[in-house]
Design a protein around this ligand. Structure first.
Ligand code: SF4
Ligand code: SF4
Length: 84
């Protein structure tokens, strides 16, 4: 049976222009969900990008990040939450 929860996934939003590319989230994530991309943000850093559906919403990347507001973790996010 299909339920609403079937459409939900764990999701991490990374604010590109608040990231300083320190890689702490990349190194911390136990399921390798975050990578540093090749694009440059307005601060001049190659910034982190959430890339996979293997996220467990553990929050470790959030706690590792030194930049307040750069990372938001959503557990069982709806498509609407991911698009907002
Ligand atoms: S919440 Fe946990 S599993 Fe998800 S990206 Fe962050 S560190 Fe990785
Ligand atoms: S820990 Fe924060 S500042 Fe460092 S790369 Fe990840 S999102 Fe960017």
């Amino acid at each position: 049976m299909t339920t609403d929860t079937a459409k939900r996934i764990n999701y991490v939003r990374i604010e590109a222009d608040q990231c300083k590319g320190c890689r702490l989230c990349v190194e911390t994530c136990p399921t390798h969900c975050i990578v540093i991309g090749s694009k440059i943000n307005k601060l001049g850093y190659q910034y982190a990008r959430f890339e996979t559906n293997a996220c467990t919403a553990c929050g470790l990347c959030f706690y590792a990040c030194p930049e307040p507001g750069a990372i938001t973790v959503y557990k069982d996010a709806t498509p609407e939450e991911m698009a907002s």
